[in-house]
Write a protein that binds this ligand. Structure first.
Ligand SMILES: O=C([O-])C(=O)C[C@H](O)[C@@H](O)C(=O)[O-]
Ligand SMILES: [Mg+2]
Length: 433
């Protein structure tokens, strides 16, 4: 048999034998948002899919208790499946989860509410399966997704209001950012260290006037920088229109000023700049109503809740067809997610904006991939060219971050509960202003 046939025969069926799911915790600074403040540790789950070929693949997803239970239920349904048949993986896990379509409990802080449970669970398995396929074929995932159209992927600097450190702990290296001057200081440090050429401010923390002043201060400091603000639906329609008019000509887009498709459509009729969302369009079932209502100009994809890399490409096809812009959302994440985001972004021709990432907020010493795998240069990351995700799991680091998970006591992300423990008068409100 010639080598090509021999390899083809070998790949005829590559069967999943078992799955390992490891929850991990990594340090997170006190980043403020409209539902509270980040706790001292962020949770993730590392999913390893093993096959009878001896080749394994990895994926990364939310680490909350409810999500972990669903990952386990899905994992139990997968042995015996061909790792090249992601459609079969999806239908098996949809069956396993059919009585558990609960919303929430996944680590998105109550801000992204209506995403599909099956797609949220599928994501890490999809990434792990593509990692295996790539390793078997000797090709990077970007090739499996149709080929990279860019060698590097641009990210935006993600600015947060924050305290100087977690109460009772030492100050972190970023210091406080509680007013326009603090935000500009943070932006300067982030741009100097990472070279970002777009900036996003997480808003919804202070009164809109203060956040408008922060955006204007950023504009004064960085005259040519594309700027965005995202209050996560903290504003009423009227407030959103007022702020939208005031920041017209300053923002490249305004992200989720107000909750819901109806509210976003009402704002969009009155403001000049594009409206973006990762809150009112979070699953395929939201797309048609949002387009019919004229609610948004830009959708932020996120493979963690859109069902992995292939289904995120389906979303990209939809935004392309309907003339919508496409950007990318993030939550606090580690290097496996970064690699997956980069492969997806590289193979998505119509990605119109620099992608979000929480990467600068992570302690550089903490990751489950080998240190030094990623470097930011001019705000961008090189697309890995090795087989699969092109990364290597650091087993010692995985063990350390798993121990940290066991010891930290946090089992579900709860920005509001943490804030309330620190400030019992704190009230959750949506919209707040
Ligand atoms: O764009 C967004 O909505 C986010 O990045 C959501 C995140 O949960 C962010 O607000 C955070 O980390 O606090
Ligand atoms: Mg957002």
């Amino acid at each position: 048999m010639n080598p090509v046939n021999e390899q083809a025969e070998h790949l005829d069926q590559v069967t999943i034998t078992n799955v390992t799911i490891t929850p991990v915790a990594f340090k997170d600074p006190p980043l403020l948002n409209t539902v509270g403040v980040h706790e001292p540790y962020a949770l993730r789950a590392i999913v390893e899919v093993h096959t009878d070929s001896g080749v394994s693949g990895v994926g990364e997803t939310y680490g909350d208790a409810g999500h972990l239970a669903r990952l386990q239920a899905a994992a139990a349904a997968l042995p015996g499946t061909d790792v090249f048949n992601i459609n079969e993986l999806r239908s098996r896990m949809a069956a396993a989860l059919q009585h558990d379509q609960v919303r929430g409990g996944h680590g998105m802080s109550g801000m992204v509410t209506g995403s599909s449970t099956t797609d949220r669970v599928l994501s890490a398995f999809d990434v792990a399966a593509l990692d295996i396929q790539g390793k078997l074929l000797g090709r990077p995932i970007s090739d499996l997704l149709g080929g990279a159209v860019r060698d590097t992927v641009q990210f935006s600097g993600y600015l947060f209001y924050k305290w100087s450190g977690h109460p009772g702990q030492n100050d972190d290296s970023w210091g406080p950012a509680l007013d326009p001057a603090g935000i500009v200081r943070q932006a300067r440090k982030m741009v100097d260290e990472y070279g970002f050429s777009a900036l996003k401010l997480k808003g919804g923390v202070f009164a809109p006037e203060e956040e408008v002043a922060a955006v204007k201060a950023l504009r004064a400091e960085f005259p040519a920088m594309p700027l965005r603000i995202d209050p996560n639906g903290a504003w009423t329609v009227d407030t959103s229109i007022r702020v939208g008019k005031e920041l017209d000509g300053i923002l490249e887009y305004l992200e989720d000023p107000t909750p819901g498709i109806g509210g976003m459509a009402a704002v969009r009729r009155e403001v000049g700049m594009p409206l973006a969302t990762n809150m009112c369009v979070v699953s395929f079932s939201d797309v048609a109503p949002a387009i019919a209502a004229g609610a948004v100009d830009v959708i932020l994809s996120d493979h963690h809740f859109w069902g992995g890399l292939r289904r995120s490409q389906s979303l990209a096809g939809i935004t392309d067809t309907f003339g919508l812009g496409l950007s990318m959302h993030s939550n606090s994440h580690l290097g496996i997610s970064l690699a997956a985001m980069v492969h997806l972004a590289a193979a998505t021709p119509n990605l119109d904006y620099a992608c979000d990432t929480h990467w600068p907020w992570k302690d550089p010493e903490e990751d489950v991939v080998r240190a030094g795998t990623f470097a930011f240069d001019k705000g961008s990351v090189k697309v890995p060219t090795g087989p699969g995700l092109g990364i290597e799991l650091d087993r010692d680091a995985l063990e350390r971050l798993h121990l940290q998970y066991l010891e930290c006591g946090i089992r579900s992300r709860d920005d509001t509960g943490y804030m309330r423990r620190l400030d019992p008068s704190y009230v959750l409100q949506s919209p707040r202003w």
